[in-house]
Write a protein of this length. Structure first.
Length: 408
């Protein structure tokens, strides 16, 4: 059963198989992709697409520049890539819980409703008319308005000014005032986030759902792209309650019943395994009856659907294959420890979907070093699979890569 769950997740997430047509299609399937480490988050999308990794990298950059793909705080919350067409309804769904979870920090930072309203007005005016400003430039606008000052005070060991600034920007994101603008690239190649006016980057015609519709849409796309997964997996990924997830499943089931009555098929199915109730997308080869059959591995995703093994993938530690699950993340387990020691590479090396090591890159102007720490002695075929994985990443970076194998 475990092998079938791993295989099905890798295929559903498009890490294996044909891949998405382009970055937008990949993100549309996944709905949201954690993106707090910008460079690695680009790879998360590019590696799920058909075609050249170099072309996919350029396409991701172009979509971010045009605003088709936006980077903002939503869901748990942390940085995520989200399509502009999805952000308005997703932020409306997430916003109330994000605000509720922020009340204690707001009190600590002296951010009452009036202050937040004033900062929203200042920030919105600052970026109106197509002005895309960095965090430092937003800070200057707030200082001029008397809403931010450097008193030298610290809170929990960090400067109070920086924390107030971050939370003012966060409120402006939740309130659909700010969203990501065109990134700025320095001469050294470092990419800096900018902020733009939400309504100038997100069309007023973008999808807008009522709460039940939004819950159903999130649940459908989560389980279709990450299943098999549990209700608790979905709740912890989305920042919603388990009751919210069950409500979304109920709405989706009611809609599906109408489709089935009209000759269609249910969108999701469930099955029990390893003491858990899993949900995943229905498909021609994966009916609910098959999921409960004596051979559940085949009913999930047959071995023939997977790529030739051994297969090694380099994914970031915030990849959806990791962050998409919490209670059932143990299916990722392999020979590598679940947590890494300080100063060791933190990103994940997968062998046939199981974690066998960690990696990271060090970028230079025209070259890069990929440091790899393995917790498994590779066979010759596995070494070839690792070389192929590094070659894919080298193509993505569009620079010559040197591999540094670290001692475990």
């Amino acid at each position: 059963m475990a092998a079938g769950i791993v295989r099905h997740r890798l295929l559903a997430q498009q890490l294996w198989g044909e891949g998405a047509y382009d970055a937008e299609a990949s993100l549309r399937s996944l709905l949201a992709v954690q993106a707090q480490e910008y460079a690695y988050a680009r790879w998360t999308l590019a590696q799920r697409c058909q075609g050249s990794a170099r072309d996919n990298a350029a396409a991701v950059d172009a979509a971010i520049t045009t605003g088709t793909i936006l980077r903002t705080h939503v869901l748990r919350p942390t940085w995520h890539f989200v399509l502009a067409e999805d952000l308005r309804w997703l932020m409306t769904l997430s916003g109330p819980r994000l605000r509720a979870g922020n009340k204690t920090r707001d009190r600590q930072l002296g951010l009452d409703a009036e202050t937040v309203s004033r900062s929203n007005d200042v920030l919105g005016a600052a970026v109106a008319g197509g002005r895309h400003l960095t965090r430092d430039e937003l800070a200057a606008e707030l200082e001029r308005a008397g809403l931010l000052e450097d008193t030298g005070e610290r809170l929990n060991g960090a400067p109070l000014r920086g924390q107030r600034l971050g939370h003012m920007a966060f409120h402006a994101e939740m309130d659909q005032v700010l969203v990501s603008g065109v990134p700025r690239t320095s001469e050294s190649g470092a990419v800096r986030q900018t902020y733009a006016l939400f309504d100038e980057r997100v069309s007023a015609l973008a999808a807008d759902f009522n709460r039940d519709q939004a819950l159903a849409e999130l649940i459908r796309r989560y389980f279709s792209s990450r299943g098999p997964a549990t209700v608790k997996d979905c709740a912890l990924w989305s920042g919603l309650t388990q009751a919210d997830v069950r409500r979304g499943l109920a709405v989706l089931a009611a809609d599906s019943q109408e489709d089935v009555g009209a000759g269609g098929r249910s969108q999701l199915q469930s099955f029990s395994a390893d003491g858990c109730e899993f949900v995943m997308a229905s498909g021609p080869a994966h009916s609910a009856n098959e999921a409960a059959s004596a051979d559940p591995d085949v009913s999930l995703a047959p071995p023939s659907a997977a790529p030739a093994t051994p297969r090694i993938d380099l994914i970031q530690c915030y990849d959806e294959y990791v962050m998409g699950y919490t209670p059932t993340r143990h299916y990722l387990g392999g020979t590598a420890p679940a947590s890494v020691a300080s100063k060791q590479p933190s990103h994940v090396v997968l062998l046939d979907g199981r974690m066998i090591g960690n990696w990271q890159h060090t970028l230079k102007p025209e070259t890069a070093v990929v440091s790899i720490l393995l917790h498994l002695a590779l066979t010759p075929p596995q070494k070839q699979a690792l070389d192929a994985a590094v070659a894919r990443y080298e193509t993505f970076l569009d620079r010559t890569v040197t591999v540094d194998l670290l001692d475990s």
